[in-house]
Design a protein around this ligand. Structure first.
Ligand code: DHE
Length: 556
Protein backbone atom coordinates (compact mmCIF):
# COMPACT_ATOMS: atom_id res chain seq x y z
CA UNK A 1 0.00 0.00 0.00
CA UNK A 2 2.83 2.35 0.89
CA UNK A 3 4.33 1.88 -2.54
CA UNK A 4 1.01 2.62 -4.29
CA UNK A 5 0.52 5.82 -2.26
CA UNK A 6 4.05 6.93 -3.01
CA UNK A 7 3.54 6.40 -6.72
CA UNK A 8 0.23 8.31 -6.62
CA UNK A 9 1.99 11.17 -4.85
CA UNK A 10 4.92 11.13 -7.27
CA UNK A 11 2.46 11.03 -10.19
CA UNK A 12 0.39 13.94 -8.91
CA UNK A 13 3.49 15.96 -7.99
CA UNK A 14 4.81 15.53 -11.53
CA UNK A 15 1.37 16.61 -12.82
CA UNK A 16 1.39 19.68 -10.62
CA UNK A 17 4.86 20.67 -11.81
CA UNK A 18 3.57 20.55 -15.39
CA UNK A 19 0.31 22.54 -14.91
CA UNK A 20 0.01 26.32 -14.52
CA UNK A 21 -2.51 27.87 -12.05
CA UNK A 22 -2.42 26.59 -8.46
CA UNK A 23 -6.17 25.85 -8.34
CA UNK A 24 -6.13 24.11 -11.73
CA UNK A 25 -3.04 22.24 -10.63
CA UNK A 26 -4.81 20.91 -7.54
CA UNK A 27 -7.91 19.95 -9.51
CA UNK A 28 -5.77 18.20 -12.13
CA UNK A 29 -3.48 16.46 -9.69
CA UNK A 30 -6.43 15.40 -7.51
CA UNK A 31 -8.29 14.29 -10.63
CA UNK A 32 -5.31 12.24 -11.79
CA UNK A 33 -4.98 10.66 -8.38
CA UNK A 34 -8.71 9.81 -8.33
CA UNK A 35 -8.36 8.20 -11.71
CA UNK A 36 -5.27 6.27 -10.77
CA UNK A 37 -6.72 5.30 -7.39
CA UNK A 38 -9.89 4.09 -9.09
CA UNK A 39 -7.87 2.10 -11.61
CA UNK A 40 -5.76 0.47 -8.93
CA UNK A 41 -8.62 0.12 -6.43
CA UNK A 42 -6.36 1.96 -3.94
CA UNK A 43 -7.40 4.63 -1.43
CA UNK A 44 -7.15 8.21 -2.58
CA UNK A 45 -4.05 9.54 -0.94
CA UNK A 46 -0.94 11.50 -1.67
CA UNK A 47 -2.47 14.32 -3.70
CA UNK A 48 -1.23 17.51 -2.07
CA UNK A 49 -4.02 20.10 -2.22
CA UNK A 50 -3.55 23.82 -2.69
CA UNK A 51 -5.57 26.53 -1.00
CA UNK A 52 -6.34 30.11 -1.97
CA UNK A 53 -4.99 32.90 0.30
CA UNK A 54 -8.42 33.33 1.92
CA UNK A 55 -8.86 29.58 2.44
CA UNK A 56 -5.41 29.37 3.93
CA UNK A 57 -6.05 32.23 6.36
CA UNK A 58 -9.38 30.75 7.42
CA UNK A 59 -7.81 27.31 7.86
CA UNK A 60 -4.92 28.75 9.90
CA UNK A 61 -7.39 30.45 12.22
CA UNK A 62 -9.50 27.30 12.64
CA UNK A 63 -6.37 25.24 13.24
CA UNK A 64 -5.19 27.65 15.96
CA UNK A 65 -8.68 27.82 17.47
CA UNK A 66 -9.62 24.14 17.49
CA UNK A 67 -6.69 21.87 16.62
CA UNK A 68 -3.31 23.18 17.77
CA UNK A 69 -4.09 22.69 21.48
CA UNK A 70 -3.97 18.92 21.06
CA UNK A 71 -1.83 18.44 17.94
CA UNK A 72 0.66 21.33 18.36
CA UNK A 73 1.39 24.28 16.06
CA UNK A 74 3.93 22.15 14.20
CA UNK A 75 1.48 19.20 14.29
CA UNK A 76 3.98 16.85 15.87
CA UNK A 77 1.32 15.60 18.31
CA UNK A 78 0.83 15.52 22.09
CA UNK A 79 -2.69 15.02 23.49
CA UNK A 80 -3.67 14.31 19.89
CA UNK A 81 -1.57 12.29 17.42
CA UNK A 82 1.10 13.52 15.01
CA UNK A 83 -0.75 14.97 11.99
CA UNK A 84 2.13 16.30 9.92
CA UNK A 85 1.44 16.64 6.18
CA UNK A 86 3.70 13.68 5.48
CA UNK A 87 1.39 11.44 7.52
CA UNK A 88 -1.85 13.07 6.42
CA UNK A 89 -1.04 12.65 2.75
CA UNK A 90 -1.08 8.92 3.35
CA UNK A 91 -4.65 9.05 4.66
CA UNK A 92 -7.73 8.67 2.43
CA UNK A 93 -9.14 12.16 2.00
CA UNK A 94 -12.73 11.11 2.75
CA UNK A 95 -11.59 9.45 6.00
CA UNK A 96 -9.80 12.62 7.04
CA UNK A 97 -12.89 14.72 6.38
CA UNK A 98 -14.95 12.23 8.33
CA UNK A 99 -12.62 12.26 11.36
CA UNK A 100 -12.74 16.04 11.47
CA UNK A 101 -16.51 16.22 11.05
CA UNK A 102 -17.54 13.23 13.20
CA UNK A 103 -14.61 12.82 15.59
CA UNK A 104 -12.65 9.67 16.36
CA UNK A 105 -12.83 6.82 18.85
CA UNK A 106 -9.48 8.03 20.18
CA UNK A 107 -11.30 11.01 21.72
CA UNK A 108 -11.13 13.75 19.08
CA UNK A 109 -14.36 15.78 19.17
CA UNK A 110 -16.55 15.70 16.06
CA UNK A 111 -16.23 19.37 15.17
CA UNK A 112 -18.97 19.19 12.53
CA UNK A 113 -21.24 16.97 14.60
CA UNK A 114 -21.12 19.45 17.49
CA UNK A 115 -21.81 22.39 15.18
CA UNK A 116 -18.43 24.10 15.62
CA UNK A 117 -17.41 23.55 11.96
CA UNK A 118 -19.51 23.31 8.80
CA UNK A 119 -19.06 20.46 6.33
CA UNK A 120 -17.17 22.85 4.02
CA UNK A 121 -14.86 23.87 6.89
CA UNK A 122 -14.20 20.20 7.73
CA UNK A 123 -13.21 19.65 4.10
CA UNK A 124 -11.02 22.75 4.19
CA UNK A 125 -9.26 21.47 7.31
CA UNK A 126 -8.72 18.05 5.76
CA UNK A 127 -6.91 19.82 2.90
CA UNK A 128 -5.01 22.12 5.27
CA UNK A 129 -3.49 19.27 7.27
CA UNK A 130 -2.23 17.70 4.04
CA UNK A 131 -0.12 20.82 3.49
CA UNK A 132 3.08 21.56 5.44
CA UNK A 133 2.43 23.36 8.73
CA UNK A 134 3.12 27.10 8.55
CA UNK A 135 5.61 28.09 11.27
CA UNK A 136 4.18 30.86 13.48
CA UNK A 137 6.37 33.88 14.33
CA UNK A 138 8.39 34.25 17.52
CA UNK A 139 7.51 36.80 20.22
CA UNK A 140 10.13 38.53 22.36
CA UNK A 141 10.08 41.07 25.18
CA UNK A 142 9.92 44.10 22.86
CA UNK A 143 6.76 42.86 21.13
CA UNK A 144 5.24 41.95 24.49
CA UNK A 145 6.00 45.37 25.95
CA UNK A 146 4.22 47.00 23.02
CA UNK A 147 1.00 45.30 24.16
CA UNK A 148 1.41 46.18 27.84
CA UNK A 149 -1.15 48.59 29.29
CA UNK A 150 -1.70 49.69 32.87
CA UNK A 151 -5.27 50.99 33.05
CA UNK A 152 -5.08 51.84 36.75
CA UNK A 153 -1.56 52.57 38.06
CA UNK A 154 -0.72 50.83 41.35
CA UNK A 155 -0.57 54.18 43.17
CA UNK A 156 -4.15 54.99 42.07
CA UNK A 157 -5.63 51.68 43.18
CA UNK A 158 -7.78 51.53 46.31
CA UNK A 159 -5.94 50.94 49.58
CA UNK A 160 -8.79 48.82 50.94
CA UNK A 161 -11.80 47.00 49.42
CA UNK A 162 -14.37 49.48 48.08
CA UNK A 163 -17.31 47.23 48.99
CA UNK A 164 -18.52 45.00 51.80
CA UNK A 165 -18.65 41.80 49.77
CA UNK A 166 -16.83 38.64 50.81
CA UNK A 167 -14.00 38.53 48.25
CA UNK A 168 -12.86 35.09 49.42
CA UNK A 169 -16.13 33.71 48.11
CA UNK A 170 -16.06 35.45 44.73
CA UNK A 171 -16.04 33.19 41.67
CA UNK A 172 -14.28 33.88 38.37
CA UNK A 173 -16.20 32.31 35.47
CA UNK A 174 -14.79 31.71 31.98
CA UNK A 175 -17.11 32.73 29.13
CA UNK A 176 -15.08 30.87 26.54
CA UNK A 177 -16.44 31.77 23.13
CA UNK A 178 -17.34 35.32 24.15
CA UNK A 179 -13.69 35.87 25.12
CA UNK A 180 -14.95 37.25 28.42
CA UNK A 181 -14.47 36.67 32.11
CA UNK A 182 -17.19 37.19 34.72
CA UNK A 183 -17.02 37.75 38.47
CA UNK A 184 -19.95 36.35 40.46
CA UNK A 185 -20.56 36.89 44.18
CA UNK A 186 -20.66 33.43 45.74
CA UNK A 187 -22.73 34.65 48.72
CA UNK A 188 -25.52 36.43 46.82
CA UNK A 189 -25.03 34.54 43.50
CA UNK A 190 -25.26 37.91 41.75
CA UNK A 191 -23.18 38.84 38.73
CA UNK A 192 -20.73 41.59 39.69
CA UNK A 193 -18.96 42.28 36.41
CA UNK A 194 -18.11 40.92 32.96
CA UNK A 195 -14.84 41.89 31.25
CA UNK A 196 -13.30 41.29 27.85
CA UNK A 197 -10.42 38.84 28.13
CA UNK A 198 -8.36 37.05 25.51
CA UNK A 199 -9.61 34.94 22.63
CA UNK A 200 -11.20 31.71 23.92
CA UNK A 201 -10.07 32.70 27.41
CA UNK A 202 -8.92 29.59 29.27
CA UNK A 203 -8.26 29.85 33.03
CA UNK A 204 -8.33 32.11 36.10
CA UNK A 205 -5.80 32.02 38.91
CA UNK A 206 -5.89 34.17 42.06
CA UNK A 207 -3.01 36.17 43.53
CA UNK A 208 -1.53 34.97 46.82
CA UNK A 209 -3.37 37.69 48.78
CA UNK A 210 -6.62 36.94 46.96
CA UNK A 211 -6.92 40.57 45.90
CA UNK A 212 -6.34 39.99 42.18
CA UNK A 213 -7.60 37.53 39.62
CA UNK A 214 -5.46 36.78 36.53
CA UNK A 215 -6.96 35.40 33.32
CA UNK A 216 -5.13 34.06 30.29
CA UNK A 217 -6.58 33.70 26.80
CA UNK A 218 -5.58 31.22 24.15
CA UNK A 219 -4.12 34.22 22.28
CA UNK A 220 -1.66 34.75 25.15
CA UNK A 221 -3.47 37.80 26.51
CA UNK A 222 -3.10 38.24 30.24
CA UNK A 223 -5.54 40.36 32.26
CA UNK A 224 -5.28 41.54 35.85
CA UNK A 225 -8.60 42.09 37.66
CA UNK A 226 -8.73 44.05 40.92
CA UNK A 227 -11.34 42.53 43.23
CA UNK A 228 -11.05 45.45 45.68
CA UNK A 229 -12.81 47.74 43.20
CA UNK A 230 -16.54 48.36 43.72
CA UNK A 231 -17.02 46.83 40.27
CA UNK A 232 -13.96 44.69 39.59
CA UNK A 233 -12.30 45.65 36.33
CA UNK A 234 -9.20 44.98 34.29
CA UNK A 235 -6.45 47.18 35.77
CA UNK A 236 -3.60 45.92 33.56
CA UNK A 237 -3.10 43.76 30.50
CA UNK A 238 -0.36 42.44 28.27
CA UNK A 239 0.02 39.83 25.56
CA UNK A 240 3.02 37.62 26.12
CA UNK A 241 2.46 34.67 23.76
CA UNK A 242 0.60 33.91 20.56
CA UNK A 243 -0.96 30.80 22.10
CA UNK A 244 -1.18 30.06 25.84
CA UNK A 245 -2.99 27.93 28.41
CA UNK A 246 -1.59 28.55 31.88
CA UNK A 247 -0.81 31.26 34.40
CA UNK A 248 0.12 31.22 38.08
CA UNK A 249 1.52 33.63 40.64
CA UNK A 250 4.30 33.89 43.21
CA UNK A 251 2.81 32.48 46.43
CA UNK A 252 5.83 32.00 48.67
CA UNK A 253 5.49 34.15 51.77
CA UNK A 254 9.10 33.75 52.96
CA UNK A 255 10.31 35.40 56.15
CA UNK A 256 9.23 38.86 54.99
CA UNK A 257 6.43 37.96 52.57
CA UNK A 258 8.69 39.30 49.84
CA UNK A 259 7.20 37.37 46.96
CA UNK A 260 3.49 37.61 47.65
CA UNK A 261 1.80 39.11 44.55
CA UNK A 262 5.26 40.05 43.19
CA UNK A 263 5.20 38.02 39.97
CA UNK A 264 2.93 36.10 37.67
CA UNK A 265 4.12 33.59 35.11
CA UNK A 266 2.44 32.61 31.87
CA UNK A 267 2.92 29.25 30.20
CA UNK A 268 2.93 29.61 26.42
CA UNK A 269 2.12 27.00 23.82
CA UNK A 270 3.62 29.23 21.12
CA UNK A 271 6.29 30.46 21.12
CA UNK A 272 7.34 27.61 23.40
CA UNK A 273 8.38 29.63 26.44
CA UNK A 274 7.34 30.85 29.86
CA UNK A 275 7.14 34.54 30.57
CA UNK A 276 7.54 36.20 33.97
CA UNK A 277 5.59 39.44 34.43
CA UNK A 278 5.25 41.93 37.26
CA UNK A 279 2.42 40.71 39.50
CA UNK A 280 0.78 44.12 39.94
CA UNK A 281 1.31 45.71 36.52
CA UNK A 282 1.80 42.72 34.18
CA UNK A 283 4.89 44.36 32.71
CA UNK A 284 6.79 41.54 30.95
CA UNK A 285 10.13 40.95 32.70
CA UNK A 286 11.75 37.76 31.51
CA UNK A 287 11.32 35.14 28.78
CA UNK A 288 12.49 31.60 29.46
CA UNK A 289 12.54 29.39 26.38
CA UNK A 290 11.46 25.76 26.78
CA UNK A 291 13.08 24.53 23.57
CA UNK A 292 15.29 21.60 24.50
CA UNK A 293 15.48 17.83 24.19
CA UNK A 294 13.09 15.08 25.17
CA UNK A 295 13.83 13.53 28.57
CA UNK A 296 14.19 9.98 27.24
CA UNK A 297 15.53 9.95 23.68
CA UNK A 298 17.38 13.27 24.05
CA UNK A 299 16.14 14.43 20.65
CA UNK A 300 15.75 18.16 20.10
CA UNK A 301 12.09 19.26 20.15
CA UNK A 302 11.20 22.58 18.49
CA UNK A 303 7.90 23.04 20.32
CA UNK A 304 7.92 21.96 23.99
CA UNK A 305 4.78 23.65 25.30
CA UNK A 306 4.14 24.75 28.85
CA UNK A 307 1.26 22.76 30.34
CA UNK A 308 0.41 23.00 34.06
CA UNK A 309 2.06 25.56 36.32
CA UNK A 310 1.60 25.32 40.10
CA UNK A 311 3.08 27.77 42.58
CA UNK A 312 4.85 26.21 45.54
CA UNK A 313 3.77 27.38 49.00
CA UNK A 314 6.99 26.25 50.68
CA UNK A 315 9.64 27.71 48.34
CA UNK A 316 9.97 30.65 45.94
CA UNK A 317 9.33 28.29 43.09
CA UNK A 318 7.05 27.51 40.19
CA UNK A 319 6.49 23.89 39.31
CA UNK A 320 6.24 23.89 35.53
CA UNK A 321 5.33 20.91 33.35
CA UNK A 322 6.87 20.91 29.88
CA UNK A 323 4.57 18.81 27.76
CA UNK A 324 6.63 17.51 24.84
CA UNK A 325 9.99 17.00 26.56
CA UNK A 326 8.44 15.30 29.60
CA UNK A 327 10.39 17.47 32.03
CA UNK A 328 9.06 19.08 35.20
CA UNK A 329 10.95 22.27 35.93
CA UNK A 330 11.25 23.71 39.42
CA UNK A 331 11.93 27.36 38.60
CA UNK A 332 13.33 29.48 41.45
CA UNK A 333 11.96 33.02 41.08
CA UNK A 334 13.93 34.55 43.98
CA UNK A 335 16.72 35.78 41.67
CA UNK A 336 15.56 36.15 38.09
CA UNK A 337 18.90 37.54 36.91
CA UNK A 338 20.75 34.49 38.15
CA UNK A 339 18.00 32.04 37.42
CA UNK A 340 18.30 28.55 38.79
CA UNK A 341 16.07 25.65 38.03
CA UNK A 342 15.91 21.90 38.51
CA UNK A 343 14.86 19.87 35.49
CA UNK A 344 13.24 16.60 36.48
CA UNK A 345 12.86 13.80 33.91
CA UNK A 346 9.36 12.29 34.14
CA UNK A 347 7.22 11.22 31.17
CA UNK A 348 6.21 12.73 27.88
CA UNK A 349 3.14 14.75 27.00
CA UNK A 350 2.54 16.16 30.46
CA UNK A 351 -0.79 17.91 30.62
CA UNK A 352 -2.74 18.85 33.75
CA UNK A 353 -2.31 18.31 37.46
CA UNK A 354 -1.94 19.78 40.92
CA UNK A 355 -0.60 19.14 44.41
CA UNK A 356 -1.47 16.39 46.87
CA UNK A 357 -3.19 17.58 50.08
CA UNK A 358 0.13 18.52 51.74
CA UNK A 359 1.32 20.63 48.80
CA UNK A 360 4.54 18.63 48.59
CA UNK A 361 3.93 16.27 45.66
CA UNK A 362 2.97 17.29 42.15
CA UNK A 363 0.60 14.73 40.60
CA UNK A 364 0.36 15.30 36.88
CA UNK A 365 -1.07 13.38 33.95
CA UNK A 366 1.11 12.20 31.09
CA UNK A 367 -2.15 11.52 29.36
CA UNK A 368 -0.94 10.03 26.09
CA UNK A 369 0.98 7.46 28.15
CA UNK A 370 -2.06 6.73 30.37
CA UNK A 371 0.04 7.61 33.40
CA UNK A 372 0.18 9.84 36.44
CA UNK A 373 3.62 11.19 37.29
CA UNK A 374 4.68 12.02 40.85
CA UNK A 375 7.33 14.65 41.65
CA UNK A 376 8.56 15.45 45.16
CA UNK A 377 8.93 19.24 45.20
CA UNK A 378 10.73 19.17 48.59
CA UNK A 379 13.40 16.61 47.69
CA UNK A 380 13.29 18.04 44.15
CA UNK A 381 13.13 14.57 42.64
CA UNK A 382 11.05 12.34 40.43
CA UNK A 383 9.24 9.80 42.63
CA UNK A 384 7.41 7.44 40.29
CA UNK A 385 4.83 7.10 37.52
CA UNK A 386 1.98 4.64 37.30
CA UNK A 387 -0.82 3.70 34.91
CA UNK A 388 -4.40 4.63 35.70
CA UNK A 389 -6.68 4.36 32.64
CA UNK A 390 -7.10 5.72 29.13
CA UNK A 391 -5.81 9.31 29.09
CA UNK A 392 -6.01 10.51 32.69
CA UNK A 393 -7.18 14.14 33.02
CA UNK A 394 -7.36 15.30 36.63
CA UNK A 395 -7.62 19.08 36.13
CA UNK A 396 -6.05 20.17 39.43
CA UNK A 397 -7.08 16.76 40.85
CA UNK A 398 -8.92 15.82 44.05
CA UNK A 399 -7.47 14.92 47.48
CA UNK A 400 -9.26 13.30 50.41
CA UNK A 401 -8.89 10.75 53.19
CA UNK A 402 -10.20 7.30 52.33
CA UNK A 403 -11.41 5.27 55.36
CA UNK A 404 -9.37 2.24 54.24
CA UNK A 405 -6.39 3.67 52.35
CA UNK A 406 -5.73 6.98 54.12
CA UNK A 407 -4.90 10.13 52.12
CA UNK A 408 -5.66 9.54 48.44
CA UNK A 409 -5.85 11.53 45.21
CA UNK A 410 -7.76 10.81 42.01
CA UNK A 411 -8.25 11.45 38.31
CA UNK A 412 -10.96 11.17 35.68
CA UNK A 413 -10.13 10.07 32.11
CA UNK A 414 -10.61 11.51 28.63
CA UNK A 415 -10.69 8.08 27.03
CA UNK A 416 -13.09 6.18 29.31
CA UNK A 417 -15.68 6.73 32.03
CA UNK A 418 -13.38 5.91 34.92
CA UNK A 419 -12.27 7.46 38.17
CA UNK A 420 -8.98 6.05 39.47
CA UNK A 421 -8.07 6.65 43.12
CA UNK A 422 -4.45 6.28 44.32
CA UNK A 423 -2.71 6.50 47.66
CA UNK A 424 -0.83 9.79 48.15
CA UNK A 425 0.63 9.52 51.65
CA UNK A 426 4.05 7.86 51.34
CA UNK A 427 4.95 8.62 54.98
CA UNK A 428 1.76 7.47 56.75
CA UNK A 429 0.57 4.79 54.29
CA UNK A 430 3.62 3.70 52.28
CA UNK A 431 1.96 0.43 51.23
CA UNK A 432 -0.71 2.31 49.22
CA UNK A 433 1.34 5.26 48.04
CA UNK A 434 1.27 5.83 44.29
CA UNK A 435 -0.80 2.70 43.66
CA UNK A 436 -4.32 2.65 42.27
CA UNK A 437 -6.43 1.51 45.22
CA UNK A 438 -9.92 2.04 43.81
CA UNK A 439 -11.46 2.21 40.37
CA UNK A 440 -15.11 3.02 39.69
CA UNK A 441 -17.06 3.76 36.53
CA UNK A 442 -18.41 7.25 35.92
CA UNK A 443 -21.15 8.07 33.40
CA UNK A 444 -18.63 8.46 30.55
CA UNK A 445 -15.31 9.97 29.45
CA UNK A 446 -14.88 13.20 31.36
CA UNK A 447 -12.67 16.19 32.00
CA UNK A 448 -12.76 17.13 35.65
CA UNK A 449 -13.35 16.03 39.22
CA UNK A 450 -13.41 18.02 42.44
CA UNK A 451 -13.81 17.71 46.19
CA UNK A 452 -13.28 19.78 49.35
CA UNK A 453 -11.83 18.78 52.74
CA UNK A 454 -15.17 19.56 54.44
CA UNK A 455 -17.21 17.45 52.02
CA UNK A 456 -18.00 13.73 51.91
CA UNK A 457 -18.39 13.91 48.12
CA UNK A 458 -16.28 13.70 44.94
CA UNK A 459 -17.89 15.20 41.83
CA UNK A 460 -17.13 14.00 38.27
CA UNK A 461 -18.31 15.11 34.83
CA UNK A 462 -18.68 13.09 31.61
CA UNK A 463 -18.36 16.03 29.22
CA UNK A 464 -16.65 14.04 26.46
CA UNK A 465 -19.26 11.30 26.16
CA UNK A 466 -20.62 10.98 22.64
CA UNK A 467 -23.86 9.48 23.92
CA UNK A 468 -26.88 11.75 23.78
CA UNK A 469 -27.50 13.19 27.24
CA UNK A 470 -24.59 11.45 28.96
CA UNK A 471 -22.37 14.51 28.42
CA UNK A 472 -24.92 16.39 30.52
CA UNK A 473 -24.64 14.02 33.49
CA UNK A 474 -22.96 14.53 36.84
CA UNK A 475 -21.81 11.62 39.02
CA UNK A 476 -21.03 11.98 42.71
CA UNK A 477 -19.14 9.44 44.85
CA UNK A 478 -19.22 9.20 48.64
CA UNK A 479 -15.81 9.23 50.27
CA UNK A 480 -17.03 7.02 53.13
CA UNK A 481 -18.67 4.48 50.79
CA UNK A 482 -16.81 4.82 47.52
CA UNK A 483 -17.32 1.22 46.46
CA UNK A 484 -21.10 1.76 46.45
CA UNK A 485 -20.57 3.57 43.15
CA UNK A 486 -21.80 6.97 42.11
CA UNK A 487 -25.08 8.75 42.31
CA UNK A 488 -25.57 10.10 38.74
CA UNK A 489 -28.17 12.39 37.24
CA UNK A 490 -28.75 14.43 34.11
CA UNK A 491 -28.14 18.05 35.03
CA UNK A 492 -29.17 19.78 31.77
CA UNK A 493 -31.09 19.14 28.57
CA UNK A 494 -28.78 21.24 26.39
CA UNK A 495 -25.05 21.91 26.03
CA UNK A 496 -22.42 19.93 27.92
CA UNK A 497 -21.99 19.90 31.68
CA UNK A 498 -18.40 20.66 32.70
CA UNK A 499 -16.05 21.42 35.60
CA UNK A 500 -16.84 21.87 39.31
CA UNK A 501 -15.83 24.33 41.97
CA UNK A 502 -16.71 24.51 45.65
CA UNK A 503 -17.56 27.67 47.53
CA UNK A 504 -15.23 28.75 50.35
CA UNK A 505 -17.28 26.96 53.04
CA UNK A 506 -17.15 23.71 51.10
CA UNK A 507 -20.92 23.19 51.26
CA UNK A 508 -21.92 24.21 47.70
CA UNK A 509 -20.76 23.02 44.29
CA UNK A 510 -20.93 25.01 41.06
CA UNK A 511 -21.12 23.31 37.64
CA UNK A 512 -21.44 24.89 34.18
CA UNK A 513 -23.75 24.12 31.27
CA UNK A 514 -21.40 24.78 28.36
CA UNK A 515 -23.60 26.24 25.67
CA UNK A 516 -24.31 29.52 23.88
CA UNK A 517 -27.23 29.82 26.32
CA UNK A 518 -25.10 28.68 29.23
CA UNK A 519 -26.03 28.21 32.87
CA UNK A 520 -24.32 27.87 36.22
CA UNK A 521 -25.92 25.22 38.42
CA UNK A 522 -25.35 25.46 42.17
CA UNK A 523 -25.85 22.34 44.28
CA UNK A 524 -26.10 21.78 48.01
CA UNK A 525 -23.13 19.47 48.54
CA UNK A 526 -24.73 17.61 51.45
CA UNK A 527 -28.12 16.81 49.90
CA UNK A 528 -26.97 16.98 46.23
CA UNK A 529 -30.13 19.04 45.61
CA UNK A 530 -30.04 21.89 43.13
CA UNK A 531 -30.13 25.22 45.03
CA UNK A 532 -30.05 27.67 42.16
CA UNK A 533 -29.57 27.93 38.42
CA UNK A 534 -27.97 31.15 37.21
CA UNK A 535 -29.01 32.12 33.68
CA UNK A 536 -28.57 35.27 31.62
CA UNK A 537 -27.53 36.68 28.25
CA UNK A 538 -24.01 37.14 29.62
CA UNK A 539 -23.57 33.40 30.22
CA UNK A 540 -22.13 32.59 26.78
CA UNK A 541 -20.31 29.24 26.88
CA UNK A 542 -19.37 29.18 30.57
CA UNK A 543 -16.77 26.47 31.31
CA UNK A 544 -14.20 26.74 34.13
CA UNK A 545 -14.92 28.57 37.38
CA UNK A 546 -12.69 29.36 40.35
CA UNK A 547 -13.41 30.35 43.93
CA UNK A 548 -10.86 32.91 45.20
CA UNK A 549 -10.12 31.23 48.55
CA UNK A 550 -9.85 27.70 47.16
CA UNK A 551 -7.63 28.84 44.30
CA UNK A 552 -5.24 30.78 46.56
CA UNK A 553 -4.94 27.83 48.92
CA UNK A 554 -4.93 25.00 46.35
CA UNK A 555 -8.00 23.37 47.85
CA UNK A 556 -9.25 20.58 45.64
FE1 DHE B 1 -7.83 23.19 29.33
C1 DHE B 1 -6.57 23.42 32.53
C2 DHE B 1 -4.69 22.75 28.14
C3 DHE B 1 -9.10 22.41 26.25
C4 DHE B 1 -10.94 23.93 30.45
N1 DHE B 1 -5.99 23.05 30.19
C5 DHE B 1 -5.68 23.18 31.52
C6 DHE B 1 -4.26 23.10 31.68
C7 DHE B 1 -3.74 22.92 30.43
C8 DHE B 1 -4.81 22.88 29.50
C9 DHE B 1 -2.27 22.77 30.08
C10 DHE B 1 -3.51 23.21 33.00
C11 DHE B 1 -3.28 24.66 33.32
C12 DHE B 1 -2.63 24.84 34.69
O1 DHE B 1 -3.02 24.15 35.63
O2 DHE B 1 -1.73 25.67 34.83
N2 DHE B 1 -7.05 22.65 27.52
C13 DHE B 1 -5.74 22.52 27.26
C14 DHE B 1 -5.53 22.10 25.89
O3 DHE B 1 -4.43 22.00 25.30
C15 DHE B 1 -6.84 21.69 25.37
C16 DHE B 1 -6.90 20.15 25.47
C17 DHE B 1 -7.12 21.97 23.91
C18 DHE B 1 -7.15 23.42 23.50
O4 DHE B 1 -7.24 23.65 22.28
O5 DHE B 1 -7.05 24.30 24.30
C19 DHE B 1 -7.76 22.31 26.42
N3 DHE B 1 -9.69 23.20 28.49
C20 DHE B 1 -9.99 22.86 27.23
C21 DHE B 1 -11.39 23.03 26.95
O6 DHE B 1 -11.96 22.89 25.83
C22 DHE B 1 -12.05 23.34 28.23
C23 DHE B 1 -12.85 22.12 28.68
C24 DHE B 1 -13.02 24.52 28.19
C25 DHE B 1 -12.40 25.87 27.98
O7 DHE B 1 -12.92 26.81 28.53
O8 DHE B 1 -11.40 25.97 27.28
C26 DHE B 1 -10.84 23.53 29.14
N4 DHE B 1 -8.62 23.59 31.16
C27 DHE B 1 -9.92 23.91 31.39
C28 DHE B 1 -10.08 24.20 32.80
C29 DHE B 1 -8.83 24.04 33.41
C30 DHE B 1 -7.93 23.67 32.35
C31 DHE B 1 -11.41 24.55 33.46
C32 DHE B 1 -8.44 24.27 34.87
C33 DHE B 1 -8.93 23.21 35.80
C34 DHE B 1 -8.87 23.66 37.25
O9 DHE B 1 -9.71 23.15 38.03
O10 DHE B 1 -8.05 24.51 37.63
Amino acid sequence: MKRINTSIRAFSQSQSRRNGSPRLRWVLSAGSAILLAALLGAPLAGAAPELSKEENERAQFIYFDRCSGCHGALRKGATGPNITAEKMLKRKFAELEDSIFNGTDAGMPGWGRTGELTAAESTLMAKFVQLPAPIPPEMGLKAMKATHKVHVPVADRPTKPQHGRNIDNHFGVILRDAGQAAIVDGDTKKLISVMDSGHAVHIFRASATGRYFYTVGRDGKLNLIDLWEEKPRVVAESRVCLDARSVDVSKYKGPKGDFVDKYAVVGCYWPPQMVVVDGKTLEPIKVISTRSSTYDTNEYHPEPRVATIVASHHAPEWVVAIKETGLVWLVDYSDLDNLSMTQIATERFLHDGGFDATGRYLLIAANMRDQIVVVDTKKRKFVTKFETGVKPHPGRGANWVDPEYGPVSATTHLGEGLIAVYGSDPEGHPEHAWKVVREEETAGPGLFLKTHPKSNHVWTDSTLSKEEGVNQEICVFKKDDFAAGPNCWRAADHGKVVHFEYNKAGDEVWAAVWDKKGELIIYDDKTLKEKQRIKGDWLVTPTGKWNVYNTVNDIY
